[in-house]
Design a protein around this ligand. Structure first.
Ligand code: GLP
Length: 244
């Protein structure tokens, strides 16, 4: 779907998340959400916070799994996705701390593979993700699944693309300070979600959205894999959709 602006689009996505949470609440079940970082989902999180504060939307039954984290990364660093999620969402809602999962950027490299396997198992132990939200990087990455990622890839340690590190350089005060690696859910992990929403706003995402939606399915643009699934919806503003 294409919305006239990112505000309207973000409100639509937030409402769908809220509906999922409420439907699960009525059944006495947990809502299992896959969450994303970056500028794109900030408006969705802001609307969810507003719904919590003004409409009493509760997150007590919500379990979250974030897509990715830089590696290495200390959770209390300003650029960590832990800090990002706390500031943009978790500090402002009533979610239980033990229900929040974000890949651990502090592990020694020898322990990362085990951690990644456990991350997958943890998601499965909750019956899988009900809904995964995604942004898209200009390399066509989803999560941090850079070009070359396999469609069945699982949670793992990856090397970041040069363009991705350049795009992150402002947050880190220079590309040389951006970690070269990250832990990310795999394309296969994302695909197991029962519903996937990819959001993109602004003109600068228009070329990659064209490739993701209309381009040949290929590892060169991992977001093209989303064409293979019926559970995927692209939520765009008119600028991001302008080359379609
Ligand atoms: C980072 C995140 C991605 C995100 C992308 C786009 O690379 N790991 O999950 O989709 O940035 O960021 P933005 O939303 O700021 O354009």
């Amino acid at each position: 779907s294409v919305f006239t602006n990112q505000h309207a689009a973000s409100i639509n996505v937030a409402q769908r998340i809220a509906n999922l949470i409420k439907t699960k609440q009525e059944k006495g079940e947990k809502a299992i959400l896959g969450l994303a970082t970056g500028a794109t989902p900030v408006g969705v999180y802001a609307e969810l916070i507003r719904m919590h504060k003004e409409e009493g939307l509760s997150f007590k039954n919500v379990v979250t799994f974030n897509l990715d984290e830089y590696y290495p990364m200390k959770p209390d660093a300003a650029q960590s996705y832990v800090t990002f999620m706390s500031e943009q969402l978790f500090n402002h809602i009533d979610i239980e701390k033990e229900n929040i999962h974000i890949p651990d950027g502090t592990l020694p490299e020898s322990e990362v593979a085990d951690f990644c396997l456990n991350y997958e198992k943890k998601i499965s132990s909750y019956g899988g993700l009900d809904l995964q939200i995604l942004g898209i990087g200009r390399t066509g990455h989803i999560g941090f699944n850079e070009p070359g990622s396999a469609p069945n890839s699982g949670t793992r340690l990856v090397t970041l693309d040069d363009l991705t590190r350049r795009d992150a350089s402002r947050d880190f005060g220079g590309k040389e300070n951006v970690p070269t690696k990250a832990i990310t859910m795999g394309v296969g992990t994302i695909f197991k979600a029962r519903e996937i929403i990819l959001m993109a706003w602004n003109q600068k995402k228009a070329p990659i959205i064209k490739k993701a939606v209309e381009g040949e399915i290929s590892a060169e643009v991992p977001a093209t894999y989303l064409q293979l699934s019926d559970q995927v919806e692209f939520i765009l503003d008119s600028d991001a959709a302008s080359e379609l």
